[in-house]
Design a protein around this ligand. Sequence first.
Ligand SMILES: Cc1cc2nc3c(=O)[nH]c(=O)nc-3n(C[C@H](O)[C@H](O)[C@H](O)COP(=O)(O)OP(=O)(O)OC[C@H]3O[C@@H](n4cnc5c(N)ncnc54)[C@H](O)[C@@H]3O)c2cc1C
Length: 445
Amino acid sequence: MITYSSNRFPREIGENGWLKTSEIEYSAPSIDQDHICDWLVIGSGFAGVSAARRLTELRSTDKIILLDAIGIGEGAAGQNSGFMIDVPHNINAKGNYLDSIKKDKVTISLHREAIEFASQMVEDYDIPQKVFNKLGKLNGAASQKGFSFNQDYKKQLDALGEDYKSLDAKQMSEITGSQYYQQGIYTPGTILIQPAEFIKRIVEKLNEKIKVFQNSPIKKIEKNQNTWEAHTPLGKITTKNIIFAINGHINNFGFYKKRLLHIITYSSLSKKFNNNILKGDPSWGLTSSNPIGTTVRKVRVDENNSRLLIRNTWRCRQNLESTDHDFKKSCEKHLRSFIERFPNLKESPFEFSWGGRVCLSLNGVPAFGELDENIYSACCSNGLGTVKGTLAGKLIIDKACQSNSSQLDKFESIEKPAILPPNFITEIGANLKIKSREITAGRDL
Ligand SMILES: Cc1cc2nc3c(=O)[nH]c(=O)nc-3n(C[C@H](O)[C@H](O)[C@H](O)COP(=O)(O)OP(=O)(O)OC[C@H]3O[C@@H](n4cnc5c(N)ncnc54)[C@H](O)[C@@H]3O)c2cc1C
């Protein structure tokens, strides 16, 4: 009998501020009996919700189950910084986030298709603007090295014919309320989402058409004649098709072994502070011009109050687990980056800090395709799951349903994720590289 089993399951790291401050109460039951369906989508991140949504479009009369090992919105999809970026942002690139013009043009068109697919859900499901807001993105530079990254970025945007605006120190300060940034580039196409609320609101609406379960980890999958049986601790699901949308956790089932890099990155969300304390635009999002640098977002809570989000620190952990030491060090780094940028807010540091998992492949391709008969993978979103996961989820259903799609041809790589050295060498090598980049990032971290 063919069996795939997992003995490792996702766990939260710290306390996710997006989830804690989300305005929606939705939660799903856990599985406590057996079920039968046509499609089982495992994982309720961007890839999972997008696969479920596509199934409601292409197979509206089929029985569909979407489930997650933990709560809806608790995984990386609810933990991220919420930048749905249209322009190239390959965090695994050799030093900046760009590729060749030809590749970047394809990337931009795919990212925009993903944003279009998400926008349609937002419209159909009445998701409020503050959860999905087309505010664009700043690329902030605070050091000489940061300037040179932005120079390269401008050249590439020019060559691609993309719209952008160069900003000087004064303009950066007028937007961010901080004197920290000496230069910036604004690109208009990025959507800033409240990620946990975005996921929860979509799943709540999907739940009107499909069954949803949370806190129901799949431990084992077995083939039984023409169907598959997926086992959770308290019930099994018999299904014709399985979609794995579990990002790096796909390794736990033995697929893509030694081909996926597991990175943990960390975020903190400040306490609420009065809008009078920090001038500038009500809401904005900034990624660092240096790919290893600090991401910052200002989030409007209500008429009188806002919060700031800080994200930095990468650690390669091939067992997908954070350590207490990594978490503590990242929180210290968050505080330093926060106070350097917003010294007048030093009395309102963080209320929530957390970490989450990012899955990368060395050659930047997804773990996408058919794994066994009627078992599919839409995993490894290379750190940009808001768009790449969304697209992978939609396109894996197009593939499984044999629905012709030009996007699928563009997205589906003939390359598999490249083979990595043994885990301990990968981990040491990746962490050395990350640390050396962090040291040279200077003020951009
Ligand atoms: C702090 C942080 C900041 C980030 N910022 C950004 C950003 O600004 N923009 C961006 O695009 N990306 C960002 N990312 C990356 C982004 O969050 C991920 O790429 C994205 O969440 C991947 O989506 P996914 O649907 O493929 O997988 P995930 O969101 O990881 O979802 C997979 C789901 O599968 C579930 N699962 C795993 N194993 C099982 C099992 N055995 N049974 C059932 N369920 C299972 C997990 O619980 C999880 O909910 C960030 C990540 C982090 C951690």
